[in-house]
Ligand binder design. Structure first.
Ligand code: SF4
Length: 247
């Protein structure tokens, strides 16, 4: 097995991927500076997760449902909790089960259970399906963790939206996987730098942001923006001189 790339203390939360995609400043404020403020949207999200986060496992026929499952991926340096992971028993008779040659690649054994099982993360979300891939990226990162834990490939996962009370199936194709990996790298880079980017005001995005009052994006003064650009320049210079010293 490959060596873990990240120490546990350097893992980032899977939720940081959505934050970095929406606004890098929001990501740094929450995950580096530890700011979090509830607004109506975040409070509704918390309530929804409280209902789901009861933990435990139940079995109904050929379906096992595990709630609040702790996830890690040492090589990608991500961690989080899946609202729910379903394990459906593989059966050669079932029309949507993988074909025989795919079974070992896409199914896993489970302790104290007979047969082979197909894991599927299911994430509960407020609102309805979104045009942007933010929820799908988070789900894909959860699938990466399960793939690493069980050493298999997961081809699809699901989002459940409380407004529409419906499940959206998500195909974990190469495009979504690449986007997720790119956001993981982006979040690591941002949080490793310990630099909080300045705000970029966007009415739609900022009006829904729970950190609006802390961030005050419209009052941000340009001298702080200059200071930020200088700090980025200093980081690059330090990195270059470290590389030169190593040569
Ligand atoms: S208010 Fe706007 S700029 Fe500030 S953190 Fe939120 S989304 Fe980003």
């Amino acid at each position: 097995m490959a060596e873990p790339k990240y120490a546990e203390s350097d893992y980032i939360m899977i939720s940081a991927l959505q934050h970095v995609a929406v606004c890098p400043r929001q990501c740094a404020l929450i995950h580096s500076e530890r700011f979090w403020e509830d607004n109506r949207w975040s409070a509704e999200g918390e309530l929804l997760h409280e209902r789901v986060d009861k933990g435990g496992e139940e079995k109904r026929g050929d379906l096992i449902t595990a709630r609040s499952v702790r996830l890690n991926h040492p090589e990608l340096g991500i961690t989080g909790i899946a609202d729910m992971v379903e394990f459906r028993k593989w059966s050669p008779q079932s029309a949507d089960s993988p074909q025989e040659e795919e079974v070992m690649r896409t199914t896993t054994e489970l302790p104290h259970r007979r047969g082979r099982w197909i894991p599927c993360p299911v994430e509960y979300k407020r609102g309805k399906s979104k045009l942007e891939d933010w929820d799908r990226v988070q789900l894909c990162a959860q699938a990466f963790c399960l793939e690493s834990m069980f050493e298999i490939r997961i081809d699809r996962a699901a989002l459940w939206y409380d407004t529409t009370k419906s499940r959206e199936w998500v195909t974990l194709d190469e495009a979504l996987r690449e986007k997720t990996i790119s956001l993981i790298h982006q979040a690591h880079e941002l949080l490793d730098s310990d630099v909080t980017p300045p705000p970029v005001y966007d009415r739609r995005r900022c009006s829904a942001c729970s950190l609006y009052e802390t961030c005050r994006p419209r009052d941000y003064d340009s001298s702080r923006l200059e200071k930020y650009h200088r700090s980025l320049f200093e980081i690059r210079e330090n990195e270059d001189s470290n590389t030169d010293t190593k040569k």
